[in-house]
Design a protein around this ligand. Structure first.
Ligand SMILES: [Ca+2]
Ligand SMILES: [Ca+2]
Length: 558
């Protein structure tokens, strides 16, 4: 039978979808001497056992990067210097391209002087640790502050699509769209029928942007030196010419330069710039957008005003990388991360030189790349790379009596995995986290949600965390503290939804779950139906049906 995509066997070959990673692409010489640092990003709540905590700013582990310090560098843990860009570069868009594992700086300009606009994409190759200037040429000079993202076109080719942009020394903005194929190194300009409707006036730059489900979303905008805007637009590269844009629910506020990232089917934003009539001001209000329901929802505000930067997905949390109007910034305010399961902000790693308007992106977890930007108003050409141990997969594991061991995937940087099986009298669960290489782990804690870590162990590349007291109908985040592998160190969060009886994994327990469980009564427990063995006893019986029935009406909190 072929029913649910979530029915994934215990085989280690089964990876959650969209888990595109390139853990071993770094040249070893760039990694030597960078290991054995200490814990970096930390989203601890005030109480490890507290339920969802809003607006809590936790103190971070901000240890020194001992390895880097030996070489005279002030780099904080996890970060290393990359090679310099071929030029100083501001207002470029950073894009990780999963198909080849490389990072691109799209557009931008070398300074604010007229004529400094870039003409070609820059490509960073982690395997050679080098930058290259690509041969493809942009269609025009209006390439600063574009919105860019990876979408697969109707022919099945992944491309970097870029929307809008302005030119140094000018106060107009284009609405055109072009695509860049990094493999073929070719740029294709779309016709004006596909121009971004959010810039009808010819003066508006994209606000925030992120991609979900092969669509690029742009929210808000900066009407240059006159206003900020609030429209939300969705771009579908596979739709017919002239019908690729769809207007969605307005962004809740007028904002430009909004840090934004996608986690699963959701977009998250943090702050952004507001035009106060005279100048741009950083803000703190932050939002979640559900691409399936077309709904913006307020989340906990980022703790300090932030804008003019990018946010990235780091193992399922939103990491906001500095930015903003520097004169409004505290010296230590250049890093924040947001945990969706916790609706909670924490301090995270910072990087050496505060900067704004710089290209940045992640591969979803183990690597973050950033380069250029304005540092103290001066265009930079420097690069920094964040290197975290590469978690490759995580599971919630249960032994179903004689039927065997069955795992529910816990995606690391995507939608949350839902555990539907009972934890027994003491609500026990077990998480398995697989890394690319051998790791050591200092500790494991529950950062949000109700429950405790009873024990944990690391064996080679696999970490096992035993949990107890995990109550039903909640989201819980366990964090592995100070995970160290040969390339770096980080705290790695793993989240799980717990909803006993939700055998079809749609976040609610209702008659469908009861019917599905009934349909399997008496059947052998296999990789395709183990979720219906809700009590994990090794058989599917009326006991399981009764258990599901008793949970009808429960749901996973947002
Ligand atoms: Ca269900
Ligand atoms: Ca059973």
């Amino acid at each position: 039978m072929n029913r649910m995509k979530t029915r994934i066997s215990t085989s280690s070959q089964s990876y959650p979808k969209n888990m595109l990673r390139s853990p071993a692409r770094f040249a070893s010489n760039t990694l030597l001497g960078l290991a054995l640092t200490v814990a970096v990003c930390d989203i601890k709540a005030q109480s490890a056992k507290s339920p969802v905590v809003s607006s809590v700013v936790a103190s971070a582990h901000q240890h020194n990067n001992r390895a880097a310090a030996k070489r005279g560098s002030p780099l904080p843990a996890g970060w290393t210097n990359g090679p310099n860009l071929p030029t100083t570069l501001v207002r470029a868009a950073g894009v990780f391209f999963p198909a080849n594992g490389r990072f691109y700086a799209m557009g931008g300009r070398s300074s604010d002087l007229v004529g400094s606009d870039q003409t070609n994409p820059f490509e960073y190759d982690p395997t050679t640790n080098t930058w290259a200037t690509k041969a493809a040429t942009y269609p025009d000079a209006r390439v600063s502050d574009m919105a860019c993202g990876v979408l697969t076109d109707s022919g099945g080719t992944p491309q970097i699509y870029c929307v809008g942009g302005s030119q140094a020394g000018q106060t107009t903005a284009t609405a055109r769209v072009f695509s860049y194929d990094p493999v073929a190194d070719t740029i294709t300009t779309l016709t004006s029928a596909d121009n971004w409707p959010g810039n009808a006036s010819g003066t508006i730059l994209p606000g925030g942007f992120a991609g979900v489900g092969n669509k690029l979303y742009i929210m808000g905008g900066f009407d240059i030196n006159s206003a900020t805007t609030h429209q939300t637009w969705q771009f579908d590269a596979t739709a017919p010419v002239g019908s690729r844009w769809l207007q969605r629910q307005d962004y809740p506020a007028d904002r430009g330069y909004i840090p934004a990232t996608a986690i699963g089917n959701l977009l998250y934003t943090a702050g952004g710039s507001f035009w106060d009539g005279t100048a741009l001001r950083d803000t703190t209000d932050s939002y979640r957008y559900d691409t399936t329901t077309d709904t913006w929802t307020t989340i906990a505000s980022i703790p300090s005003p932030t804008a003019e930067t990018e946010a990235v997905n780091f193992y399922g949390v939103m990491l906001v990388l500095a930015g903003g109007e520097e004169t409004h910034k505290l010296p230590d305010s250049y890093r924040w991360l947001y945990s969706p399961p916790c609706d909670m902000w924490g301090q995270s790693v910072f990087f050496v030189r505060p900067r704004r308007h710089f290209p940045a992106d992640s591969n979803g977890g183990s690597r973050i790349w950033l380069a250029g930007g304005y540092g103290s108003g001066i265009p930079l050409n420097t690069m920094q790379i964040y290197q975290a141990p590469a978690a490759q997969s995580a599971f919630s594991r249960k032994v179903h009596g004689d039927a065997g061991t069955f795992d529910i995937p816990l995606p690391l940087s995507d939608d949350i995995g839902i555990e539907c099986r009972s934890g027994g009298a003491t609500n026990d669960y077990q998480m398995i986290i697989n890394f690319a290489t051998s790791v050591t782990v200092e500790s494991a804690i529950v950062v949000c949600g109700t429950g405790n870590v009873s024990s944990f162990s690391a064996s080679g590349s696999q970490v096992t965390v035993n949990l107890t007291g995990i109550t039903n109908a909640q989201r819980i985040t366990v964090q592995l503290q100070n995970v160290i592998d040969s390339s770096g160190s980080a705290d790695v969060p793993i989240s799980m939804g717990v909803l006993v009886g939700d055998v079809n994994a749609n976040s609610v327990v209702n008659a469908s779950d009861v019917a599905l469980t009934k349909s399997q009564v008496g059947q052998p427990v296999t990789t395709s139906n183990f979720r219906e063995d809700v009590n994990a006893g090794g058989t599917i019986s009326s006991t399981d049906v009764a258990l599901v029935k008793s949970d009808v009406g429960t749901s996973l909190p947002p």
